[in-house]
Design a protein around this ligand. Structure first.
Ligand code: E4P
Length: 220
């Protein structure tokens, strides 16, 4: 499963990119707004940090507006994936943009039926939101499982991008369910490193070595 970072914060992106485990980035209008820099400018900066698919969302809600904005956003950088919401207009815009070879991420997907429409419209990927379904008492990961099964039944090329992942457990469950991509906040990626036995084991190794060779690492 590829790992995307769900942030528009450049410091977080630089730090995570340096770890060498980030394959791409997703943004949304809320994340861009938090950084206080207009979308085109911020997304161009993100493209300079991470060399991989970078999702940038249109804010128009009508078909013509989404198509116009999608074409503009796609011009920012060859790595741009245009994000359209899973509405009637968004699916129509996805269908048009996809035929022009502009890659579309259909976002705000909450049901297998919606995901089927995104695939039919030629989306590059669909974004089912796991955490937001959990928030209303449903099992978000079940949606990832259902969509992966449906896409595989029919050989759809649309990728499943598990979004709204709120914990390392969500990431693992999305991978087990077969998601092609998981997008997560910096905090969740950072938490994925943690295990008390790693810390304990490393501490023991270093203490044992220091005891045997108190003069320091020169004799390695
Ligand atoms: C994905 O593209 C969305 O930006 C994101 O994953 C939403 O996550 P949230 O539900 O934690 O805001």
């Amino acid at each position: 499963m590829r790992i995307f970072l769900d942030t528009a914060n450049l410091d977080e992106l630089r730090k995570a990119a340096a770890w060498g485990v980030v394959d791409g980035v997703t943004t949304n209008p809320s994340l861009i707004a938090k950084e206080g820099v207009p979308m085109a400018e911020q997304v161009a900066s993100i493209c300079a940090i991470v060399d991989g698919p970078i999702s940038a969302e249109v804010v128009a809600t009508d078909v013509e507006g989404m198509i116009r904005d999608g074409r503009e956003v796609a011009k920012i950088h060859p790595n741009i994936i245009v994000k359209c919401p899973l509405t009637r207009a968004g699916i129509q815009a996805c269908s048009t943009l996809s035929k022009e070879a502009i890659r579309v991420n259909v976002t705000l997907c909450f049901s297998p039926a919606q995901a089927l429409l995104a695939a039919k419209a030629g989306a590059w990927c669909v974004s089912p939101f796991v955490g937001r379904l959990d928030d209303i008492g449903l099992e978000g990961i079940g949606l990832i499982r259902d969509i992966c099964r449906i896409y595989s039944n029919y050989g759809f090329k649309t990728q499943v991008l598990a979004a709204s992942l709120r914990s390392p457990l969500h990431v693992v469950q999305a991978a087990e369910a077969g998601a092609h991509i998981g997008t997560m906040p910096f905090k969740v990626l950072d938490q994925m490193f943690n295990h008390p036995l790693t810390d304990k084991g490393l501490d023991q190794f270093l203490r044992d070595y220091a005891k045997a060779f108190p003069e320091g690492p020169a004799g390695q």
